[in-house]
Design a protein around this ligand. Structure first.
Ligand code: XMP
Length: 511
């Protein structure tokens, strides 16, 4: 297994994903992890992430230098490379120009064992994002590759198995980056690559049983993949010691509330308590237009309702949560100052208030691994491949004040988007596709009459993790069909526009 020490890069999670994709188990820990803890964790290799700092900063994040004498292979990425060079006696300086974006590597040497390059004439496309750069290598290192702005873009010490790259091999913009990481963890670190979902199911069931014993667990189903997979896994482990609660907030897409209930009751025969809370959500949302206030109102009411229902389950000891690894990292890892962009809807406050212990069988997994786990558990593809859907649901896609009627308009437009996207075979290729209802009225003409109606914005994005996204280049005929159908079939809409902004600087959801 591989230990990733985090220096606050926005890409650290991607490093972990790439390592897992090579079927090697890894975890991300803060850079401040003590040497003893590192040794006790027994890594076969260490990766030092990138980060926003400079090694010359007053309070530059450090690592215990003792890691360099453990005899373990180490890979430094960007700041991780600079730190390694700095600690081992090299020299790091400010580059004249910040290097950002695509760069072409000139391979000096076969990139060591990171990638068995053919010859030194080869170039390789990589993605750079750095200010500082290495000016002098520490003793024992040699240069493996360079770019125009970074003469020492990749360096290595083949005796100690220390490697460092200035570029980001964890991002998709470095096409052969995943290969390089695989070569490091499987080749240099000699990890055997046996981390699979099949083995995970067995061990997860055993650990749920060990944790819960004869206790009772309650789980909240949202309609999303994570809570569904968690519930099915827990049910497999402890059967009817599990009670599933589904709060219908009226903010789901067309037909989804029914779908959740059918899948659980009929397909898995897992008992489900469905609570119709549609009116209560409408009540708290009436007149709320501010996006953050909407999110908070929905989160708070959800907690309130769930608490009421959970109290009816006598002697519950545990609360199941579909917490994923990215959430775990967010809360334990190194965090620089970062602004709250959106408060995410979760049940974070619940366990403390209810004095329940947590069962979180997915807390070591990434989203794509959860899907794989769902498959392993025999869940329908329809559930597993469902596009992500935000906790606050249609409320944050219904801009302005929400009422039952506007929600219905949005739901009907969104249904058409879904149907056409599926029909065109695009559903799985898109990270998300949906409709947004704008409180913007414009003039139109229908038949011979003037209309003055609201607007639907279409949003369709491609992304691998939701952290960055590109607007999808949907075919014009698909856009055309969606537009025609919405305007013809959904009363109250006379104009459809397409959102062509990427994230950043926009976000995926409009609120
Ligand atoms: P943004 O809008 O921040 O969204 O670019 C990134 C991804 O997160 C989803 N999202 C949420 N998911 N609870 C969730 O579970 C939320 O409150 C929430 N807000 C946004 C969004 O759909 C996209 O996939």
């Amino acid at each position: 297994r591989i230990l990733i020490l985090d220096f606050g890069s926005q890409f650290t999670q991607l490093i972990a994903r790439r390592v897992r994709e090579a079927h090697v188990y890894c975890e991300i820990h803060p850079h401040s992890m003590s040497l003893t803890d590192i040794q006790n964790w027994e890594p076969q290799g260490i990766i030092l992430s990138g980060g926003p700092s400079s090694v010359h900063d007053q309070d530059a994040p450090m690592v215990d230098p003792g890691i360099f004498v453990l005899g373990l292979p180490i890979l430094g990425i960007c700041y991780g490379l600079q730190l390694m060079a700095h600690v081992l006696g090299g020299k790091v300086a400010k580059a004249e120009h910040r290097e950002y974006g695509r760069a072409h590597l000139q391979i000096h040497d076969a990139l060591g064992p990171l990638l068995p390059f053919k010859s030194s004439e080869d170039t390789e496309e990589v993605w750079m994002s750095h200010g500082d750069r290495i000016e002098k290598m520490p003793d024992g290192f040699r240069v493996l590759a360079s770019s125009t702005n970074s003469p020492l873009a990749a360096i290595g010490d083949p005796i100690r198995h220390f490697y460092g790259v200035q570029f980001h091999l964890e991002v998709v913009h470095t096409p052969r980056g995943a290969e390089m990481l695989t070569a490091f963890v499987r080749g240099v670190c000699a990890c055997n690559g046996q981390w699979t979902m099949h083995s995970y199911v067995e061990s997860a069931i055993a650990s749920i049983r060990a944790q819960v014993g004869k206790g009772k667990v309650i789980a909240a189903l949202s309609g999303g993949v994570d809570s569904a997979v968690a519930a099915v896994l827990i049910h497999r482990a402890i059967g009817d010691q599990l009670t599933c609660i589904f709060v219908d907030n009226g903010l789901l897409r067309f037909g989804e509330s029914e779908k959740v209930q059918t899948v659980f009751r009929n397909y898995f025969q897992i008992p489900l308590q469905a609570i119709d809370a549609r009116q209560r959500f409408l009540d708290v949302l009436a007149q709320v237009t501010d996006p953050e206030k909407k999110r908070k109102a929905i989160g708070n009411l959800f907690i309130e309702i769930f608490e009421e229902e959970a109290k009816k389950v006598e002697g519950a000891d545990f609360l199941a949560q579909g917490t994923l690894y990215p959430d775990v990292i967010e809360s334990v890892s190194f965090k620089g100052p970062s602004a709250t962009i959106k408060s995410h809807h979760n049940v974070g406050g619940l366990p403390e208030r209810m004095h329940l212990k947590l069962v979180e069988p997915l807390r070591e997994l990434f989203k794509d691994e959860v899907r794989e786990l769902g498959r392993e558990l025999g869940m329908p593809e329809e559930v597993i491949r469902r596009q992500p859907f935000p906790g606050p649901g249609l409320a944050i896609r219904c801009l302005g004040a929400i009422d039952a009627q506007r929600l219905e308009v949005l739901r009907r437009a969104d249904r058409i988007v879904m149907e056409e996207v599926r029909e065109a075979g695009l559903y799985d290729r898109l990270w998300q596709a949906f409709a947004v209802l704008l409180p913007v009225r414009s003039v139109g003409v229908m038949g011979d009459a003037r209309t003055y109606d609201e607007t639907i914005a279409l949003r369709a994005v491609e992304s691998s993790d939701g952290m960055t996204a590109d607007w999808a280049h949907l075919p014009y005929d698909v856009l055309g069909r969606i537009s025609t159908r919405i305007i013809n079939e959904v009363a109250g809409i006379n104009r459809v526009v397409y959102d062509i902004s990427s994230k950043p600087p926009a976000t995926i959801e409009w609120e």
